[in-house]
Write a protein that binds this ligand. Structure first.
Ligand code: PLP
Ligand code: ZN
Length: 501
């Protein structure tokens, strides 16, 4: 629908007002800092930041029902700036005018009900949210769309000159940063740092294709992150890791979409998300808290974070039930198929601690859980999901394995419905599938294929044919006919096909 086709009252709801008093709020010393300058850590104490709206109270003047109507009406409006995650403009980036919004088709990824046979296997009711259907094929586009929209606003309206963006990445952050950066060239140029050999070939191809400067660094992600932090502290660059609080704001859209797709009724729902650098899980909590405070939803869903036993610092932290006794200890990661989450010292841990506290306080009961799964369970789950028509990556497999584990532990039960974050597209991680099928995992992963899940291509050498075609050397005439018949006979034999009568 066009804007002028809405009633005057609805028009007011549909079009967001630019405003708000956004600040960087320090989770260490509690200071607020203005957003005019790009900050990643508190200039006073060095702790991580969250963006908060000191004008949030103005949003409460509109009742929850009116907010729901506003978001639902925006579904009908054909306007690119509000077609992506900035459908929730007021809750994400109210200071950004619509002419600065960068929209590459991100967000509004589908909730796909799990195949009934798969639900039967788990004894649970659940769906996948296919975040691999974002433009760079992972959820990272949510945060990047907002970070780059804000940068675009600074360039267009605040006279900021060329920006060089940098990020460290387990693969998907760099793919996304490079894609959005390329859209804004020459105003933005991108550099990405990757741990050598620790991103998939598909992920490596993405920033290369988008024209970013790609640097391969020895070590693991945590090492790259330290180099990027040093760059951001000492040189004129814009940091696009999830340390950048704008990324968290954008990723909150995941919660807004889940709420909207469930008609804002979250009773009996449990969300399952893999945890790496812990930006996503922080954003999911922050998002639902905003919705609750505005009366858009009336209860908070359960939230279950999942980690591999090879990279599980957040799980270990929450193993201690008494908050006063919990102690934060980074871990040294081991090889993980959930490579995008293979992080031993998550940058957003202070955000998790603070938001989980607020989340449980608002819910008045235990609502945030972290479970641990094995590498074997992750691989089995990824392939099992694919076998049932789903497109989950290894991290999506981690969500599925985590749901099984949560059921074992009694965190979810068969009366509830779960929403599994399928964080990236299956095709980015097919190398792990290949290793599984060929039983060629290096021993440090500890993964062995389950026979019934293995699938390999079968070569058909039509031995009954005397000649075979080759590239550039086609067969013709009777030789070709003999080849076609012999090959078809061999395939029919292997498939056990009945002849037509
Ligand atoms: C980044 C990423 C994760 C981990 O998310 P965090 O916000 O770092 O916890 C999980 N899965 C995929 C596919 C990712 O790209
Ligand atoms: Zn501080």
């Amino acid at each position: 629908m066009r804007l002028e086709e809405f009633s005057p009252a609805d028009r007011e709801l549909v079009m967001p007002q630019v405003g708000g008093q956004l600040v960087y709020h320090c989770l260490g010393c509690g200071t607020d800092h203005g957003i005019a300058e790009l900050l990643y850590t508190c200039p006073q104490c060095g702790a991580v930041l969250l963006i908060e709206d000191r004008g949030f109270a103005r949003l409460k003047a509109r009742p929850g029902a009116a907010w729901r109507r506003a978001f639902d009406l925006r579904r009908m409006l054909n306007l690119p700036a509000l077609s992506g995650i900035l459908r929730y403009h007021e809750l994400i980036a109210p200071v950004v005018p619509l002419d600065s919004v960068v929209y590459l088709g991100e967000g509004h990824t589908p909730l796909v009900e799990a195949c009934p046979r798969l639900k039967g296997t788990l004894g649970l009711d659940f769906c996948f949210k296919n975040d691999g259907q974002n433009p760079s094929a992972s959820f990272k586009d949510r945060g990047m769309a907002v970070a780059l929209s804000y940068i675009n606003y600074l360039i267009k309206h605040q006279g900021v000159g060329q920006i060089l963006s940098v990020c460290a990445s387990t693969g998907d952050t760099s793919a996304s940063a490079a894609l959005y950066g390329a859209y804004l060239a020459p105003g933005v140029a991108s550099a990405v740092l990757l741990p050598r050999g620790k991103v998939t070939p598909q992920q490596l191809s993405q920033p290369l294709g988008a024209g970013a400067s790609v640097f391969e660094i020895p070590g693991v992600f945590d090492d790259c992150m330290k180099v990027v932090e040093h760059l951001a502290d000492h040189y004129q660059v814009a940091l696009l890791n999830s340390k950048n609080a704008w990324r968290i704001r954008g990723q909150e859209s995941y919660s807004f979409e889940v709420a909207q797709d469930l008609d804002y009724d979250l009773a009996g729902q449990a969300l399952v998300v893999p945890i790496g650098n812990a930006g996503n899980v922080s954003a999911v909590m922050a998002g639902f808290l905003q919705l609750l405070e505005l009366g858009i939803i009336s209860e908070l869903p359960k939230l279950i974070g999942v980690q591999s036993h090879h990279a599980d610092p957040v799980f270990r932290y929450y193993q201690e039930p008494d908050p006063a006794k919990r102690a934060w200890r980074p871990v040294t990661v081991q090889a993980s198929v959930a490579q995008a989450a293979m992080i031993g010292n998550p940058v957003s841990m202070p955000r998790v601690i603070e938001l989980a506290r607020r989340y449980e306080q608002a819910a008045g009961q235990a609502r945030f859980f972290v479970v641990q799964v094995s590498e074997q369970q992750i691989m089995d789950a990824m392939i099992l999901a694919n076998r049932h028509g789903h497109i989950v990556c290894t991290q999506g497999g981690e969500s599925l394995a985590g749901l099984s584990r949560a059921k074992e532990l009694g965190i979810v039960n068969s009366g509830e419905h779960a929403i599994l974050d399928a964080t990236a597209h299956h095709l980015k991680f097919v190398g792990f599938q290949q290793m599984y099928f060929e039983d060629s995992f290096p021993p440090e992963f500890g993964v062995k294929p389950r026979r019934e899940l293995v699938n390999l291509p079968q070569e058909v050498l039509a031995l009954a044919a005397d000649q075979m075609p080759a590239p550039g050397k086609p067969l013709a005439g009777e030789a070709f006919q003999r080849f076609v018949e012999a090959t078809a006979r061999e395939i029919a034999r292997r498939l056990g096909l009945e002849p037509r009568s």
